[in-house]
Design a binder for this molecule. Structure first.
Ligand SMILES: N[C@@H](CCC(=O)N[C@@H](CS)C(=O)NCC(=O)O)C(=O)O
Length: 214
């Protein structure tokens, strides 16, 4: 059976799962989910009820980072898993304190006890560090070449940037801004962002990726 990916186009967690599936050339059946209208089959498969979820013959994978690792262990043509240990720390900081600060900035009304400017400053401190890290190697990646860390983090930096793109562009983060801009203009980003109709039971399968990278 081809694995089934429950996905949501604009969800950064789903984006990173699709990035790894695309690069690893692991074709799945994509089912586009509306978060307000989660299908029964998805809720039966996903223990957490969160997007993305990959259903394989061996069971369901409910964490986006685990989906990335699953895909890359099967095929890693760009050696994303061949990453310095520090990459795991960058991912953990991105998924933990940075994402928390991002949500508290973006969805400020859900956190009435938090000052959104304090949250923005916490997110900005992480991005200042990341900007410096990106400057260390001339290639324009977190390390000397693209690795899992870049693609695990980029969808969240994108999400933060678009809270207020003018503010983001006005910060003194040239390497970070360049890294994000190249991603937004990249072929891989275009390939993972086509619009899919909301899935319903009985629909024809939608293969993803639809075309394979060279
Ligand atoms: N730890 C999960 C988190 C995924 C997550 O929180 N996804 C959001 C969408 S971007 C979600 O499904 N939220 C549940 C909801 O909105 O009902 C992962 O990395 O896959």
């Amino acid at each position: 059976m081809r694995p089934i990916l429950y996905s949501f186009r604009r969800c950064p967690y789903a984006m990173r799962a699709r990035l790894a599936l695309y690069v690893a050339k692991q074709q799945v059946e994509l089912r586009e989910v509306a978060l307000r209208d989660k299908p029964t089959a998805f809720l039966a498969a996903s223990a957490s009820g969160t997007i993305p979820c990959l259903v394989t013959d061996e069971g369901a994978i409910d964490e986006s980072l685990d989906i990335m690792i699953w895909a890359l262990r099967r095929n890693d043509p760009q050696y994303w898993l061949d990453m310095p240990e520090a990459g795991w720390d960058w991912i953990a900081k991105g998924d933990g304190p940075f994402k928390k600060a991002l949500d508290q900035t973006k969805y400020a009304s859900r956190y009435p006890d938090q000052d959104p400017e304090v949250s923005r400053a916490k997110a900005a401190a992480f991005l200042t560090d990341l900007d410096q890290q990106l400057r260390q190697d001339p290639g324009g990646w977190i390390f000397a070449r693209p690795t899992l860390a870049d693609f695990a983090l980029l969808p969240f930096v994108r999400q933060f940037a678009f809270i207020d793109k003018n503010w983001f562009d006005a910060q003194a983060w040239p390497d970070l801004q360049g890294w994000l801009q190249r991603f937004l203009e990249s072929e891989v980003f275009a390939e993972i962002m086509p619009k899919f109709a909301q899935w319903k039971d009985g629909d024809h399968p939608t293969p993803f990726p639809n075309s394979m990278p060279d």
